[in-house]
Design a protein around this ligand. Structure first.
Ligand code: ADP
Ligand code: MG
Length: 989
């Protein structure tokens, strides 16, 4: 069945390839014709293509000629010097035919799977050139800043030759230059720079001029799997100081640390006790003789094994446990308890057993749960009562009902009490949330694996690529929790201004394409989430890499010994070696081992990634040993130095199988590029997390029978298969997690799009006063629907309520009973209200304009002064933007909390996602109304004040804020700020 599928899949792929090969020959024919042109005429092609597109030809139609122009430009560049990353380099590339195939695939919005060293950077030049001819924004997304600059310098030569502008966008591109950077036809930059600029444009920019991006037409994502799959899990977040902080990490961190310690001590004691008993019963000796145990002894042994099982659920990394599990028989016996407890009829017994712990840790699912015992311990920790309520949430609905039913309270008192209650509820929720995140930080986040500490800051390490991700933060307070745990300054008082996942950022492009050496294993995900097909492009030369079978060891110790032996042997032949490790921690551990063995080597990990290019450039030298995390050389390839190919090329060693086969393939692909020789081999132990957590229990029983002598590898085909099964299982699981994250984010995505488009409308509007009038009208109408639902239903018709509402929200009086007339339809009522409100607003604006004019006269008019009307437009724009931003930010916080909350509810058999969607929708609904209401309110509240003339002679340009050019709104911002605090803005500084 699978074979058949593969066959169909295969043919679809080969049909496409066949079609593309035909286009390749068209490209080559065109290119031959171009050879006769002068440089000037070739350059003229760019203008000609643009013209033809204007006249209605399509990109597809001009593809062969455009690609030919790129190829021909390369030919003309051949032998010339190009300046790349600080030094001159000879140009020696003309696209191979397979590269043209890849280039065609990318133009059609596919992912071109091309092996390392096949020249993807050059390949991308063709679709970039073609698509940029449309005049629309064309972006190439690189893995890091270095590559953005390098590729812009290097491949940019082609574009410059053809008269197409190209720019690099890096972290060091100053903000004031970004607009002109984006104005280039083609932009090279990292995903986070693109993403952050998008967020800044939509959440920080105060005017249209401050926005730098000009849209999203076509993007090619280099190393697309790394960016869309590995990095996609942490969203980009812009945060800033928050008005009110409720963070309680500092306050809670010690107590959480204590609780985690109690748990560790408890488990340690359990493990020590168990080991003593097993020792006493002779279970730890190597003896061929079967032991004779009495009934009591047997029971005692069983209990000891049960304790060890409990330890595995409390502190999975316990050292004693780890040691004991090296014996396959013990391992199997401990696992028996797992199987026993997870059988349905023993559910209650399991719950009772787990109740002995303070916290239950589920390493596989990265989850944990506090037991009743843990909650009790927590409550005991505080001398006063503050901790005892931490796991009890208020039943807000119930409490409100109680207040409502209390006859002794007046209406305002009731309201007051509800407000107090709501505050208390919010505080408790925040505290519970902080608490959970602190525990997560302690129990599931590991230093030098999940993050490093650099310059007193917590920096995320991408778990698959091993790259540091400065500027990114774990969302939802987890980052602060880790800061608290590690005792570095907690970036307190911050709140999210804007956030987006990379997935959603890239889905905004009209057309997306990608390239990488490893996409096939995730083809399904690319298709489902991004609608990207994967096409495997044949290699230019035949690949002659030799992949050895895995060597599998019982323990890590044995694995490392074997690995060092392998290194010594290969190193003896002077071949360079690249060793891939799964974390910073392992890379450092291995480095220590190599040092002990006097093997000179270089380490490349997140802590010294600045030297990445340099280290990789040296990695192909005779006898070089390079230890690297998975980031190794994505983007920069390892070239063999002279003589190395003769001794067998680069040898790649994997120190474990990774959670996804793709990462393994990526590592293997580091060697044997472009037909070079090369070898690869993976070392695996049963203590590796993949093997520990995801292989089937049958493996243990297999090991019981086939445990080889210390130091010998286990070689059995069945194991290779089960490793792959484990990997597939994890891949599938991680895919589900990503998909899940995306489903949540989708909800936010729609809301974000709506708010951002409203915000942009305000930024771009020429006439913000008429926008303001529209808002006033909408608010009046929307509110009327709350007061007038039906004349017949009880409480369905409340003219007095509406009158009161209008008078509290607008500085207007409505006559007693104006709406209380049986002949008035709801439309008539609305009309009455809207007319009066709009009238008042127009008068207000006229009045403010008058004041500005007076001020201008008072201080002497200058020619560059803005007209009062124009000033009021800007003031209004600012007022609108500030309200939108403020409430959107609050909304983001609420949504964060909602997300945690629905998860707590999942216990009650409800689908958290459905709950989330439902409530996020309701929250957004009330958000829109609130924003409009607040704006309506503010529109009547602001006031321009004529400054008192001061006699100071040195006071120059007293009307500066008034004549401020449109882009300099800082003054107006100040003014708005002051206004909010109740002080009338003074127009003079
Ligand atoms: P990839 O990204 O596919 O791993 P790169 O784009 O980094 O590969 O290119 C690898 C090397 O191959 C580069 O040094 C580049 O100069 C070289 N190269 C690429 N295409 C050609 C070509 N058509 N002719 C000659 N050299 C090429
Ligand atoms: Mg590359």
């Amino acid at each position: 069945m699978f074979g058949l599928l593969k066959k169909i899949f295969g043919t679809a792929q080969s049909r496409l390839l066949k079609k593309y090969w035909k286009i390749v020959s068209q490209v080559n024919t065109c290119e031959e014709q171009l050879q006769a042109l002068s440089d000037e005429d070739l350059r003229g092609k760019t203008a000609e293509f643009r013209q033809r597109l204007q006249e209605g030809e399509t990109l597809d139609q001009i593809l062969p000629e455009a690609y030919a122009a790129v190829k021909n430009a390369c030919r003309r560049l051949f032998g010339t010097q190009v300046h790349v990353s600080g030094y001159d380099q000879g140009w020696d590339m003309v696209p191979y035919d397979v590269q043209i195939v890849g280039a065609i695939a990318m133009h059609h919005g596919a992912i071109a799977e091309m092996q390392t060293g096949e020249g993807k950077t050059l390949t991308a030049a063709m679709p970039l050139y073609l698509n940029s001819l449309s005049g629309k924004p064309t972006h190439l997304v690189t893995v890091n800043d270095y590559l953005a600059q390098r590729d812009c310098d290097w491949i940019g030569s082609i574009f410059r030759f053809l008269g197409v502008s190209v720019a690099a966008l890096t972290n060091s591109t100053p903000h004031q230059n970004r607009k002109s950077t984006y104005a280039a036809d083609i932009v090279y930059g990292t995903a986070s720079e693109f993403g952050f600029d998008y967020l800044r444009d939509n959440s920080m920019a105060q005017s249209r001029e401050e926005q730098c991006q000009r849209g999203h037409f076509f993007a090619i994502v280099d190393e697309v799997d790394s960016i869309l799959i590995d990095e996609a899990r942490t969203p980009l977040i812009i945060s800033g100081p928050s008005a009110a902080s409720r963070q309680m990490y500092d306050e809670l961190k010690d107590a959480v640390g204590d609780l985690v310690r109690y748990q560790r001590d408890l488990c340690n004691k359990l493990a020590t006790d168990a080991r003593k008993i097993l020792e006493k019963l002779g279970r730890l000796e190597d003896s061929a003789e079967p032991r004779k145990l009495s009934k009591e002894d047997e029971a005692e042994e069983k209990e000891a094994l049960r304790k060890l099982w409990l330890v595995s659920r409390g502190t999975p990394h316990n050292k004693i446990l780890k040691r004991l599990r090296e014996d396959p028989n013990l391992r199997a016996d401990i696992e028996k308890w797992d199987i026993y407890y997870y059988a349905e009829p023993n559910k209650e017994e399991r719950a009772n057993a787990l109740a002995e712990l303070y916290i239950i840790v589920d390493e596989r699912d990265s989850e944990f749960e506090i037991t009743d015992k843990g909650i009790q311990k927590w409550a005991e920790q505080s001398k006063d009562q503050t901790y005892s309520d931490d796991f009890v949430m208020l039943d807000l609905g119930g409490e409100y009902a109680k207040i409502d039913a209390n006859l002794e309270l007046s209406e305002p008192e009731k309201l007051q009490q509800k407000v107090i209650l709501r505050e208390e509820d919010a505080k408790r929720k925040e505290r519970a949330h902080n608490l959970r995140q602190l525990m997560r930080a302690h129990l599931l986040m590991e230093k030098d694996v999940d993050y490093i500490i650099a310059e007193e800051k917590i920096v995320i390490i991408d778990e698959n690529t091993g790259r540091p991700q400065p500027g990114r933060r774990f969302s939802d307070g987890l980052h602060q929790a880790i800061e608290a745990k590690e005792g570095v300054a907690i970036q307190g008082e911050t709140q999210t201004y804007a956030t987006i996942t990379l997935q959603n950022y890239f889905r905004m492009y009209d057309k997306l394409a990608g390239m990488t050496g490893t996409a096939m294993t995730e083809a399904n995900e690319f298709k489902e989430i991004y609608k990207l097909e994967v096409l495997a492009i044949p290699t230019h030369r035949k690949c002659c890499r030799e992949d050895a079978d895995d060597e599998i060891y019982m323990t890590e110790r044995e694995k490392y010994n074997a690995l060092v032996k392998d290194i010594q042997e290969i190193h003896g032949k002077e071949r360079p070696i690249l060793i891939g490790t799964e974390s910073v921690e392992v890379s450092e551990k291995l480095s220590r081992i190599l040092k002990q063995n006097k093997l000179e080597h270089t380490v490349l990990n997140a802590k010294n990634h600045a030297r990445e290019a340099e280290i990789i450039a040296e990695a192909g030298k005779q006898g070089a040993i390079t230890v690297a995390t998975n980031m190794a050389g994505r983007g920069t390839d390892i070239k063999l130095k002279r003589g190395v190919a003769d001794s067998g090329g680069l040898h790649v060693i994997g120190t474990t199988r990774h959670q996804s086969r793709r990462i393994d393939r990526q590592l293997r692909g580091r060697c044997a590029r472009q037909g070079d020789p090369g070898t690869s081999k993976f070392y695996v132990s049963f203590e590796d997390s993949l093997m520990r957590l995801f292989t089937s229990p049958r493996i243990t029983s297999f090991l019981q029978r086939f445990r080889p002598p210390e130091g010998e590898p286990i070689s059995a085909k069945v194991l290779n298969k089960s490793i792959e099964t484990a990997q597939k299982r994890v891949e599938q699981r991680n895919y589900m997690i990503r998909k899940h994250t995306l489903e949540y984010d989708d909800v936010m995505n729609k809301q974000r799009a709506e708010i951002y488009s409203f915000r942009n409308e305000v930024l771009r509007s020429e006439d913000t006063l008429s926008l303001a009038r529209e808002i006033l009208e909408t608010v009046c109408i929307q509110m009327s629907h709350k007061f007038f639902t039906s004349r017949t239903a009880e409480g369905g018709w409340n003219p007095e309520g509406y009158r009161q509402w209008l008078m509290t929200h607008f500085p207007l009086t409505f006559e007693n009973g104006v709406f209380d007339n049986d002949y008035l339809q709801i439309n008539d009522i609305e009309r009455l209200a809207v007319d009066k409100v709009l009238n008042a607003f127009i008068q207000k604006i006229a009045h403010e304009a008058e004041k500005i004019l007076t001020a201008q006269k008072l201080f002497g008019q200058t020619p560059q002064m803005m007209a009062p009307e124009a000033i009021l437009h800007e003031v209004t724009r600012n007022l609108l933007i500030r309200n939108i931003d403020q409430f959107w930010q609050e909304h983001l916080l609420n949504i964060d909390h909602l997300r945690t909350e629905v998860h707590l509810r999942s216990v009650g058999q409800k689908d958290p996602l459905v709950e989330f969607k439902h409530e996020a929708f309701a929250l957004f609904d009330s958000l829109s109304l609130r924003i409009k209401q607040e704006i309506a309110h503010a529109l009547f509240k602001f006031e321009m004040v004529i400054p008192k003339p001061q006699p100071a002679p040195e006071r120059k340009a007293p009307l500066k804020p008034i004549i401020a050019p449109r882009t300099d709104l800082s003054r107006i911002t100040d003014l708005e700020l002051k206004q909010e605090s109740g002080i009338n803005p003074d127009l003079v500084t």
